[in-house]
Ligand binder design. Structure first.
Ligand code: ADP
Ligand code: ZN
Ligand code: ZN
Length: 761
């Protein structure tokens, strides 16, 4: 073997005298790095390792001609599809390849290196070291400089590979985007080792022992029995243990998280806890609470709102174990955490845990999987769990921990009532009973929230003379009328233009907004209650350079009691502990109630519970009034009883009967083209491929149909739903089917995509 390698090496040198510097490497030892990069290639790419310092000796010790896959003890064959080991896409001249032959730390498993891919250089991760490559010598390219940065652990790579297999993407498409952008940028340095320098000035708590930390931590409130029992259960578990912590807003779930985190950290000096939250704007409040509670621990936030350097620095602190508590949004589920001992997912039902664009993963689902891989407990917390998690708890696969009471004795449940819009037609969006309630609230000097999930002035602008409507020219939807800024704006694709002075079709100058948006409601409220102090919070208000500070100033004003009526979208429903709110009005719940998506009721219930949670925080009598044309809908009855359990049970039975998730499993194939026909035609060709596949027997393929929003940003979009009763059947089918789809390429379409466990179908 060694001899043969020797010979091949020499003959190569003769063929290619430019490669003479290779003699620097030990003769006869051809070392190959297997590298993953952010491209949809089924297998890692092979690269030649040249430099002495990257030399074979160290590498041999690490992994004698074994691939990383076999080292970490999982099945060979990685990523999506079943392609053969691919070489770099094509050989191009690389003038600086020899010059950048790196000095510095050796190429080792988990290290980041610059590699040529096609005509570009990219950062890749070394996932294997081999003695030989199946790629022809002449096509084998040379690995570039090692990037000074983290060495990723086998456990971390394994998590990424699991996600890649589960979502049917390539390993590199998951792993590289999971790193902070700064670390995966090709460094500018040409010589020596490449550096992606990261400022490391954030404090860490490594100096203090756990006992000292406990002594100085600000104690939380004296916990109730049910809270203590929950903490006991979580921290007393052995190995992998999933929990569903179920309790209304204010029932003390966060105190349970903090209590569990505290115990886990006290148990071991280096332990780490990961706390995932749905939104960036919730992290500052929670971070403040964590810092007050754990002043001597390293606490970092990880989310996409951070500046690149901050984000990379925080990531490195977690990676090096200097941060013990990691608070983050969905991307943080991929944080590198050497001593992770607990994962918490707060508001686990929230749709922001689902990633769109790139790999469509669910951070909540991956958190559970990660806990399983690491053999640790994971806590999913919510007042309105996803039906999937609820069902897991019903089946006993997740342990249900219920907090039945509001934690603070002062909080009281609001009365929840519907207002029948048939009986009480809305006047400028507000029905008479809601108006009366607002009168009373103002008279008592209390606060009111008006929740409407539509921003802008009106969802559509209309010409009463000729029935012209403000359609978005690029989507199958209407452009909303924004009075502030005098524009028409499509909320789906971002298209916008100035409001026309007259109807484009007939010249009529009297155009009218149809329906309600936050701006119009704000205007109506100001007109009806001129003495009241009114504020509006929605995304339009929150955008721009000053948006964030404007929004937080508005929230502060509400907290300070300087606002009587707050009008807003979903942004006002989360996280804020407004003390003086006694009335909440909900204006357009019906849009969700009649939506075609089978998950719409679940989302509506969650939003309404969350809105209701804003009322009566200080114990005052409070009410939630929901304007609807369907007051008889069972969702409202369960809501009025504050019974998520009742609602969930109905939903679970409905889904069982209708064969919907969690009783079946879905994958959604989507395609986009200039027009609908080729988009659907592509999907039909994909569906036809099933004829060749045995694995297709256990799945159902539905007809290719236009997506609910069929035309978006000038693209027509089709979808094809794949369904299986057993998850394993779904994956087996996708494993066999997707490589054939890849072979089809993009013929006739712009692109296609596969999504496992789609949230909207
Ligand atoms: P959730 O996360 O379920 O919304 P929190 O844990 O944030 O609830 O608790 C709501 C409020 O009640 C917080 O101000 C918290 O400090 C307080 N709290 C929680 N548990 C208790 C308790 N056992 N005794 C007194 N106050 C508590
Ligand atoms: Zn007109
Ligand atoms: Zn549009």
């Amino acid at each position: 073997m060694e001899l043969r390698e020797d010979v091949s090496n020499i003959s190569r040198l003769v063929r290619n005298p430019d490669a003479l510097h290779e003699t620097a490497a030990l003769p006869g030892m051809k070392n190959i790095a297997q590298v993953i990069v952010d491209v949809p290639i089924a297998q890692p790419l092979d690269y030649r390792i040249l430099d002495k310092r990257q030399g074979p000796a160290e590498i041999e010790l690490l992994a004698p001609s074994e691939s990383f896959a076999s080292q970490i003890g999982t099945r060979a064959g990685t990523g999506a599809g079943t392609g053969t080991r691919a070489g770099p896409v094509e050989k191009v001249t690389e003038p600086d390849e020899a010059n950048t032959t790196p000095a510095g730390p050796p190429v080792e498993l988990g290290s980041l290196c610059v590699v040529p891919v096609g005509k570009r250089r990219q950062v890749g991760i070394v996932v294997g070291i081999a003695r030989q490559s199946l790629v022809e010598d002449s096509r084998l390219r040379t690995i570039g400089a090692r990037v000074r940065g983290p060495t990723l652990s086998g456990g971390w790579l394994e998590l990424c590979r699991f996600a890649a297999e589960y979502y049917h993407f390539s390993w590199g498409e998951v792993a590289l985007p999971a790193l902070p952008p700064l670390l995966r940028r090709v460094p500018a340095a040409r010589r020596g080792r490449a550096q992606n320098s990261v400022e490391e000035d954030a404090p860490d708590g490594s100096g203090a022992t756990s006992a000292a930390r406990a002594a100085t931590a600000a104690p939380g409130p004296a916990l109730r029995t049910e809270q203590l029992a929950a903490i006991d259960a979580i921290t007393g578990s052995n190995g992998f243990a999933p929990f569903l912590l179920f309790g209304i807003t204010g029932s003390g779930k966060t105190e349970v998280y903090l209590g569990a985190i505290e115990r886990v950290l006290l148990r071991s000096d280096q332990a780490q806890a990961l706390l995932l939250v749905p939104e960036i704007n919730l992290t500052p409040q929670l971070q403040a609470r964590l810092c007050a509670r754990f002043p001597l621990y390293g606490i970092v936030s990880l989310h996409s709102g951070l500046a690149p350097r901050e984000r990379a620095a925080a990531w490195m602190q977690a990676h090096e174990g200097r941060a013990q508590i990691i608070l983050g949004t969905r991307t943080a589920v991929f944080a590198s955490l050497p001593r992770l001992r607990l994962i918490v997912v707060d508001e686990e039902h929230d749709s922001s845990f689902k990633s769109h664009g790139g790999v469509p993963y669910s951070a909540r689902d991956l958190a559970v999987k990660r806990a399983q891989l690491e053999a640790i407990p994971v806590v999913l917390g919510s007042a309105t769990p996803s039906l999937e998690s609820w069902y897991q708890a019903q089946c006993g696969r997740y342990r249900l921990l219920a907090l039945a009471q509001r934690a603070s004795a002062r909080g009281a449940d609001p009365v929840i009532k519907t207002i029948d819009l048939h009986r009480y037609p809305a006047d400028q969006g507000l029905a008479a009973p809601l108006r009366a309630a607002l009168d009373e609230t103002l008279a008592r000097g209390e606060q009111a929230l008006i929740f409407i999930n539509r921003r802008g002035f009106a969802p559509v602008l209309r010409c009463p003379a000729c029935e012209w409507l403000s359609k978005c020219p690029r989507c199958d939807t209407y452009a909303a009328y924004h009075k502030v800024g005098a524009s028409l704006r499509c909320h789906h694709c971002g298209w916008s233009r100035r409001v026309p002075a007259a109807c484009p079709d007939c010249g009529n100058q009297d155009l009218q907004g149809v329906g309600q948006g936050t701006q119009r409601v704000e205007e109506a409220v100001r007109r009806s209650w001129p003495q009241a102090r009114v504020a509006r919070i929605d995304r339009d208000n929150a955008q721009g350079v000053r948006g964030a500070s404007r929004t937080s100033a508005a929230f502060d004003a509400v907290h300070a009691g300087d606002v009587d009526i707050l009008v807003g979208t979903q942004m006002i429903t989360k996280g804020h502990d407004f003390q003086r709110v006694s009335t909440v009005g909900v204006l357009n719940a019906d849009a969700q109630l009649v939506a075609a998506d089978f998950r719409a009721p679940e989302r509506l219930f969650a939003v309404l519970m969350q809105v209701a949670g804003r009322a009566g925080r200080a114990g005052q009598a409070s009410r939630v009034l929901i304007q609807t044309r369907y007051p008889q809908h069972p969702l409202f009855a369960a809501l009025a009883r504050h019974s998520f359990g009742e609602f969930a049970q109905e939903q679970v039975e409905e889904r069982r009967a209708a064969r919907m998730p969690p009783f079946v499993h879905h994958a959604l194939l989507t395609s986009a083209a200039r027009t609908m026909e080729p988009a659907l035609d592509f999907l039909r060709r994909c569906a036809a491929l099933r004829e060749h596949l045995d694995e297709a027997r256990a799945v159902t393929l539905y007809d290719a149909v236009p997506m609910p929003l069929a035309r978006l940003a000038s693209e027509s979009r089709g979808q094809l739903l794949v369904e299986a009763v057993r998850r394993a059947d779904l994956h087996a089918f996708l494993d066999a089917w997707l490589p054939r789809l890849r072979a089809l390429g993009n013929r006739g379409i712009l692109r296609w995509n596969i999504e496992v466990d789609p949230q909207a179908i």
